[in-house]
Ligand binder design. Structure first.
Ligand code: HEC
Ligand code: HEC
Length: 320
């Protein structure tokens, strides 16, 4: 009986600690980002084509290939991430236009992006890859902040999230203090490519997960499933395995594959015999060719893993 009481007490104290003392990533710093044209321009590049803030925080048109964003919705938020897509609850991307963030300080926005703790000290669920952003160069984050400060204001009230048990407790343990890096020089292409791969979250989608956490031993080997209305899409093996990955691709093939989708004529129609893809081709298509080439060089250095992936699979909803 005494043992049971002690066990219950330990659980209650533990739960209270997680619920009330965490997340603990420190105060938001006092920070004032200079909104210079250079910062805004580079921030726009990163947010639209690398870190893809605008991809998740705008309305996407799923009647087109890879769901390009609808012009005029930049930053308004409201995109849904739910159980059906493999998330532990119902989450909505937030309104990040000035209409919503004008009451936030730059330091509060900075802490949110790089640690996952919002203005009110609440832990965000890592739908948004804030652990990756916390490893970036501070200067890049400043540029992104300068850019989102200049987005046209859109009034859009976002519904509250609801998190399933036990993730509603666990979520408080996920935010981490940031460990920033210095961006490698672009002449050091493998290192620089690695920096871009972290910033653009390729690994999250291209690695299988167990209970929502990626399996590091299977990094980049694909096969993560996304259950979409028209069928299941599985991510590709992008390790340098020669038979099942991209080991036989040339840098030019890789760059061309991405750049194909910069031409809107190639995205207007949905493929008729397969589900749409969640690989954000249209956004990445705006990446500089040199940056894509660095990404390719980096990916050629990761561990090759043999994993044959069928990208598009019928599900009970069938393929139309
Ligand atoms: C994969 C989708 C995704 C990407 C990419 C993404 N976000 Fe988010 N973001 C979300 C979601 C979902 C939430 C809400 C999470 C929650 O409620 O737990 C969020 C929350 C936020 C918040 C908190 C706002 C508030 O009102 O609470 C800010 C600020 C933010 N994101 C900015 C950014 C910036 C800047 C980037 C790019 C560096 C970015 N996001 C990239 C999905 C994303
Ligand atoms: C939101 C999830 C998501 C993100 C983020 C993502 N991918 Fe993908 N990717 C997919 C899926 C799903 C496929 C398979 C379907 C398709 O080809 O569109 C795919 C396909 C690919 C292919 C085609 C491979 C082949 O064999 O045809 C390449 C190359 C690729 N991704 C590279 C990348 C790189 C590099 C990044 C980061 C810059 C990245 N992906 C980020 C989901 C994602």
């Amino acid at each position: 009986m005494l043992l049971l009481t002690i066990i219950i007490l330990v659980i209650v104290i533990g739960a209270c600690y997680i619920k009330f003392a965490l997340p603990n990533v420190g105060e938001a710093t006092t920070l004032k980002v200079d909104i210079t044209p250079e910062r805004v321009q580079h921030g726009a590049y990163l947010a639209n084509h690398v870190t893809l803030c605008v991809d998740c925080h705008s309305t996407r048109d799923w009647s087109k290939f890879s769901g390009p964003i609808i012009a005029g919705t930049e930053g308004k938020g409201g995109e849904l991430f739910n159980n059906q897509m493999g998330f532990p609850g119902t989450f909505y991307s937030k309104n990040i236009t000035p209409s919503s963030l004008s009451t936030w300080t730059d330091g509060e926005i900075f802490r949110t992006i790089t640690t996952g703790v919002d203005k009110n000290g609440k832990a965000l669920f890592p739908v948004m890859p804030y652990l990756n952003y916390g490893k970036m160069d501070k200067e890049d984050i400043f540029d992104i902040i300068a850019y989102i400060r200049t987005l046209p204001s859109i009034d859009n009230k976002i519904s509250d999230r609801s998190i399933d048990f036990p993730m509603n407790f666990i979520v408080n343990t996920i935010p981490q203090k940031a460990s920033f890096s210095i961006k490698p020089s672009s002449s050091d292409s493998v290192q620089y490519g690695g920096y871009l791969v972290n910033a653009s979250g390729c690994m999250e989608c291209h690695t299988q997960v167990k209970k929502g956490q990626i399996i590091p031993a299977l990094a980049f080997s694909g096969g993560r499933e996304f259950d979409l209305p028209m069928g299941i899409t599985k991510s590709a093996n992008i390790t340098p395995d020669k038979n099942t990955g991209i080991g036989n691709w040339t840098a030019e093939q890789f760059v061309t594959r991405f750049k194909t989708y910069a031409d809107t004529a190639n995205i207007t129609k949905l493929p008729t015999n397969m589900p749409n893809t969640i690989m954000p081709w249209t956004m990445y298509a705006g990446m500089d060719s040199a940056d894509l080439r660095s990404i390719f060089k980096y990916l050629q250095t990761v561990k090759p893993i043999h994993n044959e992936v069928v990208h598009f699979v019928k599900n009970e909803k069938g393929l139309k």
